[in-house]
Design a protein. Structure first.
Length: 146
């Protein structure tokens, strides 16, 4: 799971920080969606508060995910691993839901646009995780066959 973290090691074949950022963005299309969404929000006249709130809460929940992933990597007790993963998933979900609720209470339009943006961002994140897992399993099968 630590592959989600931007590292300072070079990318395959490039060895540059730019290549590492590119690899990070390929693994994390959710951040690409957030970056693309800002000019769309500005051009369409949609509430920028929605974009800012969703971006902030997404970065916060990502930081929590990275922290919890580091705790899981060091854990040897399966009960502890499941507890960290389950508790972390619930904490991240509640953080996002609470932030969107507060956003909607502050500004109804911003809340609606925030929920829509969060759905798009989460879809990009989830699709990347599923596809990434498929490739990891495919590589593991190839490696086991050698």
């Amino acid at each position: 799971m630590s592959s989600a973290v931007l590292t300072t090691t070079g990318s395959a074949g490039s060895g540059s920080a730019g290549g590492t950022v590119f690899r990070f963005l390929l693994r994390r299309p959710d951040f690409v969606v957030l970056a693309i969404a800002l000019p769309i929000f500005l051009a369409a006249g949609w509430p920028v508060l929605a974009w800012g709130a969703v971006t902030l809460v997404w970065i916060l929940q990502f930081a929590l995910q990275v922290f919890l992933d580091s705790r899981v990597e060091g854990a040897t007790d399966p009960k502890k691993v499941i507890g960290i993963l389950a508790g972390g998933a619930l904490a991240r979900a509640w953080t996002v839901a609470t932030a969107l609720l507060i956003l909607g209470l502050i500004d109804r339009d911003a809340g609606v646009y925030g929920v829509i943006l969060m759905m798009v961002v989460f879809t990009a994140y989830f699709a990347a995780r599923v596809i990434g897992r498929l490739f990891e399993e495919s590589e593991a099968v190839k490696g086991a066959g050698k």
